[in-house]
Design a protein around this ligand. Structure first.
Ligand code: GLN
Length: 364
């Protein structure tokens, strides 16, 4: 099976289409991060292996944001993706089941399957509703993990309080570990309430995050897993044999920016730029009759295209226009209420979005 994030960007390039299919920036990270990297590189000590659990300064910076213990509860990984793989390999084995709340980002199911476990989808109908009521009926004696994502790719919204309450109940009653991908956490206006707030028991939750989105650095592959000491020991036991440690100069640069007084303003600047450009593009789409809803996660816009979305997306990309993804690719089986919905990744420069809007106007 080929990742859609391998296949679709290649298809877009072949047909000269603008890539609004993939949630990847088309510009560099903030200047403050680049300055931190240059400064880090000048230090002789950063070019060699570091402790596998992660650079102590970076673990401390991550811990300071979340009030957990940097030595026993934080593991630095090569992006959220490695954190996910290590977590699944640490927690799951043959015979186990993991619930995945859909629509879901494509990495979760393969990570679960490569641990030898079975994926059990919990399918949330689009556009409305809460998955709280669906969790119980999907849970069996074999369920070990439930995977959620907040702010949510592709829906954009954050989990609501019913959903967090249901996850906490399930975790406590059934001993299920909630694995929460919170990669978009810094982009939510007005702050973010994630799994660390929702579930008090450190051994019942894993929070996964990264700098990919908050610092516009998806290619840096700097992420982390935060979990209780027992879970962390198990995650590190896998991680040491996967990447040993992610790129050390990059860990240094991120640690020094996160520890500086300008960090909050830098992250807020990235988020504000994303929200502003997403709002602008949403206005352009609305002008074409494609209506979207503003959500916590400004990376993605979902629009109803009024016809089968898979065909609509094929037509747009093959004709050299714009690549986007049908929402159906985030479900493991057809979801009729989602069939006309398209996801646009709008984490792009204003000029890219302007060009995309022009192409769409000529084609819809
Ligand atoms: N998270 C991104 C998305 O959903 C893409 C990830 C990738 O390109 N590997 O679009």
């Amino acid at each position: 099976m080929e990742s859609m994030f391998v296949r679709i960007p290649a298809l877009a390039a072949r047909h000269g289409a603008i890539n609004l299919a993939q949630g990847v920036f088309d510009h560099g990270p903030p200047a403050a991060l680049l300055r931190a990297l240059v400064a880090a590189g000048e230090n002789d000590g950063v070019h060699q292996y570091m402790p596998s659990a992660g650079l102590p300064a970076l673990r401390q910076a991550v811990a300071a944001e979340t009030s957990c213990d940097p030595d026993t509860e934080v593991t630095i990984t090569a992006g959220a993706t490695e954190a996910l793989h290590c977590t699944m390999a640490a927690l799951l084995g043959p015979g186990d089941e993991a619930l995945v709340v859909e629509p879901a980002y494509e990495q979760y199911a393969p990570a679960i399957r490569s641990a030898g476990a079975t994926v059990v989808p919990v399918r949330l109908a689009y556009p409305d509703g809460s998955f709280a009521a669906l969790l119980e009926s999907a849970c069996t004696e074999r369920t070990k993990v439930v995977v959620v994502n907040s702010p949510w790719n592709p829906l954009g919204r954050s989990l609501d309080s019913d959903e967090w309450t249901a996850l906490g109940d399930l975790a406590r009653r059934r001993g299920v570990v909630v694995v929460s991908d919170e990669t978009y956490e810094q982009l939510a206006p007005g702050g973010h309430l994630g799994v660390l707030h929702a579930i008090g028991e450190p051994e019942l939750r894993v929070k996964i995050s990264s700098v990919s989105k908050s610092l516009a650095a998806t290619g840096w592959r700097v992420g982390w897993a935060i979990a209780g000491p027992d879970l962390t020991r198990r995650i590190r036991a896998v991680h040491q044999f996967v990447t040993f440690c992610p790129a050390v100069p990059l860990q240094h640069a991120v640690a020094s920016l996160m520890g500086s007084p300008e960090y909050r303003a830098v992250v807020d600047g990235v988020a504000a730029g994303l929200h502003e450009r997403a709002a602008w593009f949403a206005g352009e789409l609305a002008g074409l009759g494609l209506h979207t809803k503003a959500e916590a996660n400004p990376f993605y816009l979902l629009a109803d295209v009024g016809s089968p979305a898979e065909e609509w997306c094929d037509r747009m990309v093959l004709d050299g226009g714009v690549a986007a993804l049908p929402l159906s690719v985030f479900y493991s089986a057809p979801m009729p209420s989602a069939e006309h919905t398209v996801r646009f990744a709008v984490c792009k420069k204003r000029s890219t979005l302007e060009a995309a809007a022009e192409r769409l106007a000529a084609r819809v």
